[in-house]
Design a protein. Structure first.
Length: 72
C-alpha cells in the first residue's frame, strides 16, 4: 500500500488555495459577480411585481370575487 506524501499533499493544497484566491479577486470575476447580484435583486423585484399583477388580475376576472357567480 503506497504511503501518502503529506509534503506533496500540503503543497498541492496550498497551490489550490492560492489559485482560488487569485480567481476570486480577478477583476472580470468580481465584475460578473456584482452583475449577477444586481440581476438577482431585479429578478426578485420583477417576480414580486408579477405575483402581485397575477393576483390582481385573478381577482378582476374571477366570478367568485364579483359576488354574482355568473362571470358577468
Amino acid at each position: 500500500m503506497p504511503r501518502l506524501d503529506l509534503t506533496q499533499l500540503t503543497l498541492v493544497a496550498a497551490q489550490n488555495i492560492q489559485t482560488a484566491d487569485k480567481v476570486r479577486r480577478d477583476p472580470a470575476v468580481v465584475k460578473a459577480a456584482k452583475q449577477f447580484a444586481e440581476d438577482s435583486v431585479q429578478t426578485f423585484r420583477s417576480g414580486g411585481a408579477l405575483a402581485r399583477e397575477l393576483q390582481s388580475s385573478w381577482h378582476r376576472y374571477s366570478p367568485l370575487s364579483k359576488g354574482t357567480g355568473t362571470g358577468e
